[in-house]
Design a protein around this ligand. Structure first.
Ligand code: PEP
Ligand code: MN
Length: 337
């Protein structure tokens, strides 16, 4: 249920509505827009006395929220969420670019990549220390040693780091080193993990499950937000279709669909969406043209030697070329980068 206050509602009137709801045991979420205030109500709506609320001073109308996600929905909060990241803001005019290798492999590899992507204009650094691999025999990541490398590289370059957390018991450890917690595609519906990152106050990059609908992605965001952490960044990283030429199919529709349904920022991962470095530039351009708030791109100094995802990783020089082109697209659609 949302309660839309009148344009000229006073703060006392808003407070009275909040007090009435809270005394009835409902949780409220308040969104103060430029024009009017909207109060979102969470709880058993059948017990809500719509008539009484509609009659309260300052209330314009009371409307049900038909969608299953509430805190994530644009009905609850019409204005875009803006999340601070390393002195930048995601969800605003600027397109935020996160770049780096699939996995942390060594200090040299991370430093070399970080310096190159920063020089090319990336805003944040990525790199996995805990890797969710399809095979248990593949490299599983450097673990805490990898996190220490990320922290050291951040210290030296000033680039904040995005890294994956795979289980609830790793959240404290990863949060100690990381600036943004990544939830991978395979864990999008790991509800214990979503609850655990929801308990932190770190921004969360939530990747869409490779076989999940947009609504399921938003329900997972709702898990994190209902724990009090509203800093959720959604990531479209490609879904499974019958097409075999590419690793996944970039669901470009997801960008404008999410922009309609939610106020949360949306990032696109063209690397995992295509699985081939030759396709990353074109799909990055498309993502920005479609309205993405950011990109997350795999870059490796020597993709042929990468321990994971080398086929989709760009060499630093190619990443720099991509940035030039993406900047042009951003400017063409009234954005900056
Ligand atoms: C990654 O970012 O390296 C990764 C494993 O991504 P995904 O969870 O989207 O496969
Ligand atoms: Mn990867």
């Amino acid at each position: 249920m949302i309660i839309v206050m009148k344009m000229n509602a006073t703060s006392n009137e808003v407070d009275s509505v909040l007090a009435r709801l809270e005394s009835g045991g409902w949780k409220t979420h308040i969104s103060r827009g430029e024009e009017r205030t909207i109060i979102g109500v969470i709880g058993d709506e059948r017990k809500l006395d719509q008539g009484t609320l509609s009659g309260m001073d300052g209330v314009d109308r009371v409307m049900p929220v038909l969608r299953p996600f509430k805190l994530a929905s644009r009905d609850f909060q019409p204005e875009d969420s803006k999340i601070a990241l390393n002195g930048h803001v995601i969800g605003d005019n600027k397109v935020i670019v996160i770049a780096g290798p699939c996995a942390v492999e060594s200090m040299e590899q991370m430093m070399e990549t970080a310096i190159a992507v920063k020089e090319a204009g990336a805003h944040l650094l990525r790199g996995g220390a805990f890797k969710p691999r399809t095979s248990p025999y593949s490299f599983q990541g450097m673990g805490e040693d990898g996190l220490k490398i990320l922290a050291e590289v951040r210290q030296q370059t000033g680039l904040h780091v995005v890294t994956e957390v795979m289980s609830p018991d790793q959240v404290d450890l990863v949060a100690k080193y990381a600036d943004v917690l990544q939830i991978g595609t395979r864990n999008m519906q790991n509800y214990a993990l979503l609850n655990a990152v929801g308990q932190t106050r770190k921004p969360v990059l939530l990747k869409r499950g490779m076989m999940s609908t947009i609504e399921e992605l938003l329900m997972s965001a709702e898990y994190i937000m209902s724990n009090g952490n509203h800093k959720v960044i959604l990531c479209e990283r490609g879904i499974r279709t019958f097409e075999k030429y590419t690793r996944n199919t970039l669901d470009i529709n997801a960008v404008p669909v999410l922009k309609e349904l939610t106020h949360l920022p949306v990032v696109v991962d063209p690397s995992h969406a295509t699985g081939r470095w030759t396709l990353v530039k074109a799909t990055s351009r498309a993502a920005v043209a479609a309205g993405a708030d950011g990109l997350i791109i795999e870059v490796h100094p020597n993709p042929a030697e990468a321990v994971s995802d080398g086929e989709q990783s760009l060499k630093p020089k190619r990443f720099a070329e991509l940035m030039v082109e993406v900047r042009r697209v951003a400017e063409a659609v009234g954005r900056s980068i």
